[in-house]
Design a protein around this ligand. Structure first.
Ligand SMILES: Cc1cc2nc3c(=O)[nH]c(=O)nc-3n(C[C@H](O)[C@H](O)[C@H](O)COP(=O)(O)OP(=O)(O)OC[C@H]3O[C@@H](n4cnc5c(N)ncnc54)[C@H](O)[C@@H]3O)c2cc1C
Length: 343
């Protein structure tokens, strides 16, 4: 089985430390690791794992994952297929698509991240862009803005790939990434390559049907607008500046917990559904276990101080959940993916 893998995937590596592929900088060795640089190689690796019944995990930029200290038993397939193609510019424009419940997204009080003044009515979509799943979101934004295409400026500073962005329907300000997706091309459970339209993707807060159907994303068609490029560039820069001020950027995996539904937050008299606010109310900023700490900058971020382990993070997550449950009677849900199992 191993010799077959090595023969068909010549650049296969063994015992690769996953901490080197995660923004948390945590994770033991993967038995096997393969970085696919073309769509063909990516599909070959997936089909091979399925045929040989080898457990596998699809990795994008590793910015929403807590890998285990023991690593991963099987093959980690990193999608490094990065390509952006402008397909068509249309005379006619598309109607705005709405994907999911933006009410989970916090209307922050002055103390927190402000974005309402940056929000504006997006011009109608007039351009289709095809982008491979391994493309970094920030690279796509730069390519698009450079060609006068606006829409993605709200996602400034998010360090994931397009694959991760559609799987989780990432959010920036009040915008959801799914709003910009026309369709995606996936490999399904039966190894069939199919196109799935926006309407069938069930985008919601932190969710798309890709999770439910176990689709593996190969590429996406994104809808953008030849809008006011000066304004879009301003929003991009300003958004990034504000984010950097209030959120840690390195040695973390972004927000650890999802925000609460607005109605639930209102019910307990909270001024915002932001999970960070609830954790802050429990005076947990700066709490340290082993080598990890609840960020002093933003309570919904756990940072690795240098020698943190997945066990440390799990212990801290447990404490946060218990304290918030005790104080507010509400159950926090993880936004990050914890491998191999939930706490
Ligand atoms: C500093 C920082 C700031 C952040 N800010 C935000 C933010 O503002 N908003 C926000 O929503 N998120 C934010 N995040 C979280 C994270 O960047 C996003 O969730 C991102 O979309 C994850 O993409 P990724 O490529 O890193 O996915 P990974 O972490 O590599 O993978 C995440 C999941 O997606 C799956 N996956 C990845 N690629 C594919 C594919 N091609 N096909 C099928 N499944 C795939 C993986 O198997 C895994 O289950 C932030 C993270 C950090 C570290």
């Amino acid at each position: 089985m191993i010799s077959k893998l090595e023969k068909l995937l010549p650049e296969l590596k063994k015992n690769v430390l996953l901490k080197d592929y995660s923004t948390f900088r945590i994770g033991g060795p993967a038995d096997f690791f393969y970085e696919a640089k073309t769509e063909k190689d990516f599909v070959t690796a997936i089909k091979l794992c399925r045929r040989l019944k080898i457990p596998f995990f699809i990795l994008g930029k590793g910015s929403n994952i807590l890998f285990d200290d023991k690593g991963f038993r099987g093959l980690v397939v990193k999608n490094a297929v990065s390509e952006v193609k402008i397909l068509k510019r249309f005379k006619k424009t598309f109607k705005k698509q709405i994907s999911g419940d933006a009410y989970y997204l916090p209307a922050h009080s002055k103390k927190y991240l402000q974005f309402n003044d940056l929000d504006y009515q997006q011009e109608p979509f007039d351009t289709e862009v095809e982008v491979s799943a391994g493309t970094p979101v920030q690279y796509l934004i730069q390519q698009a803005l450079g060609k006068g295409l606006t829409g993605l400026q709200w996602f400034a500073g998010i360090p994931g790939s397009i694959g991760g962005a559609v799987v989780y329907n990432i959010h920036g300000g009040k915008k959801l990434f799914g709003d910009y997706i026309k369709d995606i091309t996936v490999i399904d459970k039966n190894n069939k390559i199919r196109k799935i339209k926006h309407k069938d993707l069930g985008f919601a807060y932190d969710f798309s049907n890709i999770q439910k159907e176990n689709y593996i994303v190969l590429k996406a068609t994104i809808l953008l607008s030849s809008g006011d490029i000066g304004k879009a560039n301003y929003v991009y820069r300003e958004w990034l500046k504000r984010k950097l001020k209030v959120q840690p950027q390195i040695n973390c995996a972004g927000s650890v917990f999802q925000n609460f539904p607005l109605a639930l937050a209102k019910k307990v008299g909270a001024p915002t559904p932001s999970a960070g606010w609830f954790i802050d109310q429990c005076n947990l900023k700066g709490k340290t276990i082993g080598g990890v700490q609840i960020s002093k900058k933003h309570a919904n971020f756990i940072i690795n101080l240098g020698n943190g382990t997945s066990t440390d993070v799990k212990k801290l997550i447990k404490i946060i959940k218990e304290k918030v449950k005790k104080k507010f009677g509400l159950k926090l849900k993880e936004e990050i993916l914890i491998l191999p199992s939930k706490i």
